[in-house]
Design a protein around this ligand. Sequence first.
Ligand code: F6R
Length: 612
Amino acid sequence: MCGIVGAVSTRNIVPVLIEGLRRLEYRGYDSCGVAVVRDDAVERARTVSRVADLEAQTQASGLSGFTGVAHTRWATHGKPDTVNAHPHLSGETIALVHNGIIENYEPLREELRAVGYGFESQTDTEVVAHLIHQAYTYPSSATRGDLFASVRAVTKRLHGAYAIAVFAKDQPGRVVGARAGSPLVVALGENEAFLASDALAVAGTANRIIYLEEGDVVELTLDGVTIHDVDDHPVEREARVVEAHAASVELGPYRHFMQKEIFEQPRALGDTLEGIESISPELFGSGAAEVFAGIDSVLILACGTSYYSGCTAKYWLESIARIPTQVEVASEYRYRETVPNPRALVVVISQSGETADTMAALRHARALGHVHTLAVCNVATSAMVRETELRFLTRAGTEIGVASTKAFTTQLAALYMLTLALAKVRGLLTEDAEAKALTNLRHLPAALHGVLALEPQIIAWSEDFARRENALFLGRGLHYPIALEGALKLKEISYIHAEAYPAGELKHGPLALVTEAMPVVTVAPNDALLEKLKSNIQEVRARGGRLYVFADSDTQIQSSDGIQVIRLPEHYGDLSPILHVVPLQLLAYHTACARGTDVDKPRNLAKSVTVE
Ligand code: F6R
């Protein structure tokens, strides 16, 4: 969602701010802007177009300055419009960018109107700019002339989740930031300092990173960084050297980040599994053995693609570790009356570790009395990792494409290991079974290479798919969530309406949709349900439906009239979902390319959903 970059420097900072926005584009946005201090005045450029357009505008107008803030906006309050784009100004003195939602903005706006403030935009953000202006400039204000103190005072009045970055035109060389519920980091370079939603924004420019805590307010100047915590006490926060991962924003030989990330999966799986010699609860943190021994069930909370990895894990957890497992969409769970069970292990799954619904569901579960929590997450420094008792970090690397791919397959590997660890603690994993599972896990990267080699065949199918407006996806058992994930991938990037069903449900409704115009993608591994699935395939064929089957090499399903088959190199037992999802990712990707959509930044979607 929205991306923030702010900077104080001794050089013209506009190109760095623009590059920062370019690197935050992956979060999803519909407008962007930048403001700097020049000659004691605020200068600003904004656009509802792309960051490239903003860059062209700044070059044409010669915008430059040593202190500035910049922003990519994903609209929540007020439509995507230049007037709603950030930075927002107050009194031509304060410039502010904001990520998140100010829940009490309406009463605050009325209060500000009553003392004479006017509003240009429909955003909640403008309220914050005016409040800071009031605190900073009003003669009666206790914080007059002190931007840091003004921001600290104002944040006490804000409800909701937010990160902000702000400067005042009469104090060049000073930027103040605050975070509560939305990500914000400080990055330190040579004679310059930055605020950013994500260290990636300034990777290669500043590699000493301070991860702000909830409620922190920070002041950046050329002399250093001052931080006050949620209780307004000065605090020191450790600066960590983070390896520059600017390379992850380079496309290399690929057309899109999504394609790059699909092809990175063998490496991502290899990194995630690296160094794992045996299955043990300690893979999930110290104290996990005791926790795992005491639990009687698992409750998984997640959203979107991460939710589907949880749905897949339910099959593993119940069949291998024999532990009752419930999987809930986080945004539903947080508002549903549930029966808490303190002996359940609550597992949150999230690529970003910042998804607002999943965070809220985790906190809700804890408030209900759930004590044991575990995060499966791709971002080590995220709020979710910090707030859980146990954790497993996937090492997929930065995922830029909005449609999640390598995060999903690494989550599956992590959840499979969780299953094995629970099975072991429960006395259900023999030494032989453990050794075999580890061999299969280690062989996964090589097996994935074999699946990726199917790309040319999938491109041929995608040309046909690109002409369709609807598609059905079928799977059974462990591969039903994979069909769901395949349908989600297709709809979010190609805008083709796609639905997934467990194949046995066909005749209970969706078969009515099957005609010659309906492509039916079928996930057909050589497992115990294959014969049942073959009957479902015939049900579709008998109604004229066109089948696109991803089968394992040893299944007897043949291409014939109305049935096309692509064969995966080998059947992979329990880990088969990790292989079978890859051709579905490629099908969605190439179909979207054939339709000419913005693959990495599909309309209306954001990468990291930090608002409810
Ligand atoms: C779909 C996709 C989303 C995310 C969802 C949760 O391709 O990426 O459905 O999976 O927004 O995000 P995380 O995993 O960051 O919590």
